[in-house]
Design a protein around this ligand. Structure first.
Ligand code: PMV
Length: 323
């Protein structure tokens, strides 16, 4: 039976998290670590999924009951298959295997990459032509079906790759650069739950509407300045804008002591700027550095108990590995 393999990159949010949920722009980059999805038709009535890296072995579900009572680890793949079959009026037994270059704990966007990878592989396997916009819309619907909240920035990174400016729901997706940015990433060792943090900010916004609205306006402004600075490779300015962004995220209550330790250590070691990346509450911080300071910043993060992770940014978007 024909087997299609595709890969999609993970992501890091550079600037604009949380505000992007409220229609302000953010900047996201695709990272060199990828998720691999291979899909094959079978003669059965089942969807079979195996994803050893997230401890999912031989998950099996009748194709006609997809989407109900899903296992946590299989959810994105299962709902992606269900949505694809529903939209294109198709059905078949399937065997899907996923692998990843990175741990799902890092917050590098394994769920969005696996969703995009699954839908891209299905479109190839069933010879359904999907434009990038159609792939975005179906992937975004899948992510919202599963986790209810999200701007879709991670899906855009997985599809288009590069470093992008993005507005919620994919209203605007603008490529900014394909360059590898001098970025150091530090993992706090703590897994954060994005939907919980998004809800927490929503609550704060209900309580302190005017103050939080002003914070979002400022985040939107600094993202727009950072877009211009990135285009002319003014990394010092991008770093300084990251520092502003970190202060504003702290005021939204999503910073943690662990993140702060790594962020201050990176700045002291010579980074242009450093901030948390993504929803906050744990996961990773990022530091933009002069090239000459990259190893010092790595060391500083490790000394404070963080795990430095090597990434290349502006990676290629979803691609077919074996047609
Ligand atoms: O935690 P992450 O890396 O998935 O980033 C979440 C970013 C938010 O703006 C808080 C949510 C979103 O979907 O835009």
């Amino acid at each position: 039976m024909k087997r299609v393999s595709v890969s999609a990159p993970g992501k890091l949010l550079l600037l604009g998290e949380h505000a992007v949920i409220y229609n302000y722009p953010c900047i996201v980059t695709a990272v060199s670590q990828r998720v691999y999805v291979s899909v094959q038709k079978t003669e059965t009535d089942f969807l079979e999924i195996s994803a050893p890296q997230i401890d999912l072995y031989d998950y099996k579900k009748k194709v006609k009951s997809l989407g109900r009572s899903t296992s946590k680890n299989a959810r994105f793949v299962e709902v992606a298959v269900k949505n694809f079959f529903q939209k294109y009026n198709l059905t078949a037994g399937l065997k899907i295997e996923t692998e990843s270059d990175f741990s799902a704990e890092f917050g590098f966007g394994s769920s969005s990459a696996v969703t995009v990878g699954t839908l891209k592989a299905l479109s190839e396997l069933f010879a359904v032509k999907l434009s990038q916009k159609q792939l975005f819309d179906l992937s975004y619907k899948t992510v919202l079906d599963v986790q209810k909240v999200g701007s879709g920035f991670d899906i855009a990174a997985a599809i288009f790759g590069g470093t992008l400016s993005f507005t919620a729901g994919g209203k605007e997706i603008e490529p900014l650069t394909d360059e590898n940015l001098p970025l150091v990433v530090g993992y706090t060792g703590i897994k954060a739950d994005t939907p919980t943090l998004v809800m927490r900010v929503a609550k704060l916004k209900r309580q302190y509407q005017k103050i939080v609205d002003h914070i979002f306006v400022q985040i939107g402004d600094l993202v727009n300045d950072a877009k211009k600075a990135l285009l002319v490779r003014n990394y010092r300015m991008v770093g300084e804008l990251m520092n502003f962004n970190q202060g504003l995220l702290d005021s939204l209550g999503v910073n943690t002591e662990n993140l702060s330790k790594l962020i201050f250590a990176a700045r002291s070691a010579g980074a242009y700027g450093a901030k948390l990346s993504g929803a906050g509450g744990g996961d990773c911080m990022i530091a933009l550095c002069p090239k000459s300071k990259v190893s010092a910043v790595h060391r500083a993060i490790r000394n404070k108990g963080g795990l430095p992770i090597d990434v290349k940014t502006s990676a290629e978007g979803v691609r077919i590995e074996v047609p």
